[in-house]
Design a protein around this ligand. Structure first.
Ligand SMILES: Cc1cc2nc3c(=O)[nH]c(=O)nc-3n(C[C@H](O)[C@H](O)[C@H](O)COP(=O)(O)O)c2cc1C
Ligand code: SF4
Ligand code: SF4
Length: 296
């Protein structure tokens, strides 16, 4: 049996859900090992790319790009001779600028000798600024179950499905290259509310060791990747924003809870809208996602 490793980063669980679905499907054909990227970078787990025939890399899209932590992982990889790599990403919306989000990452992998043969995006839900209804997230999750099956089958059959990008995504590179300052600044925008009881869970969970305690206060360094894990995993909802407070969902974000909620049937958007009047935002969702949701 060929061996395959999946390395993923997931700030708030969406990408983890997809990584696990993919792993379940691929395990029928390959011996699959799954790693969280921060466990590799913090050297909690030893990762040897040479042991695997195929490598899968998964990440959420941040500002039309892969997170910095994924680049750190790629930089840490040994040079390879055409080892096969597939990419999967999760994001909030279907848009060209999201579709080309893998452009810079593919360049880095290619420079190191890796061959990206397949990539796929999964629309799950935003965890930032705009909140989807839980039932719609369940519907997107149900679609991810089908799409991961499809993807595992494609990989088994050696199908090629990597974007052949022209010069246009190259024009976005300057945005993408300058983004790290935005993420660092976003991390500095956090403030701690009185409800903090110094449990230190945020320190433990931060993938970048960006949080520390000083004089009985939680502080943030300049090393944030804006993953929002600390915000949504704080048991006391004690992390808020200053300028970017609007972007934080007041009731939190927990994809696992949504998936496990049997009351949610995942039929938020209808198959057709002939006789169904939809609110403006739902109409936008229908136009954007119906192809993704209902494709056979
Ligand atoms: C700082 C930040 C930037 C984001 N940028 C984008 C984006 O450019 N396009 C998009 O569709 N979603 C964007 N999102 C939403 C995430 O990509 C989406 O919620 C993702 O599935 C989160 O995955 P995770 O739960 O594995 O961290 C952004 C989220 C954050 C926190
Ligand atoms: S997880 Fe929340 S309550 Fe715990 S130390 Fe961090 S901010 Fe405070
Ligand atoms: S400080 Fe919070 S948002 Fe920034 S990297 Fe750490 S967990 Fe993620």
């Amino acid at each position: 049996m060929s061996s395959l490793s999946i390395i993923y980063f997931s700030g708030t669980g969406n990408t983890e859900v997809v990584a696990n679905l993919l792993s379940q499907n691929l395990s029928k054909t390959y011996t699959v090992d799954v790693f969280k990227v921060e466990d590799i970078l913090k050297q909690k787990l030893k990762y040897e790319s040479g042991k695997y025939d195929i490598i899968g890399i998964g990440y959420p899209i941040y500002g039309f790009n892969a997170p910095l932590i994924i680049y750190d992982f790629v930089n840490s990889l040994n040079i390879s001779a055409k080892k096969k790599v597939f990419l999967f990403s999760t994001c909030a919306a279907s848009a060209y600028i999201n579709e080309v989000a893998s452009y810079c990452l593919k360049r880095e992998l290619t420079k190191k000798g890796y061959y990206v043969f397949y990539e796929k995006q999964f629309y799950i839900a935003p965890n930032f600024a705009i909140q989807y209804k839980d039932d719609f997230i369940k519907q997107l999750y149900n679609a991810a179950i089908l799409r991961t099956k499809e993807m595992a089958e494609d990989i088994k059959l050696n199908k090629e499905n990597a974007r052949k990008d022209n010069f246009i995504p190259n024009l976005f590179r300057w945005i993408v290259i300058s983004e790290k300052w935005w993420w660092w600044a976003l991390g500095k925008d956090f403030r701690i509310l009185k409800s903090c009881n110094l449990c230190q869970k945020c320190i433990k969970f931060c993938p970048r060791d960006n949080i520390y305690i000083k004089n009985n206060h939680i502080k943030f360094k300049w090393n944030c990747i804006a993953c929002y894990r600390c915000v949504y995993s704080c048991p006391n909802k004690a992390i808020a924003g200053r300028l970017y407070n609007f972007a934080i969902f007041k009731n939190g974000y927990n994809i696992r809870k949504i998936i496990e909620n049997d009351q949610l049937k995942g039929n938020y958007l209808p198959d057709k809208i002939d006789n169904t009047p939809l609110k403006t935002f739902d109409k936008y969702l229908f136009q954007t996602f119906s192809n993704y949701l209902h494709k056979d």
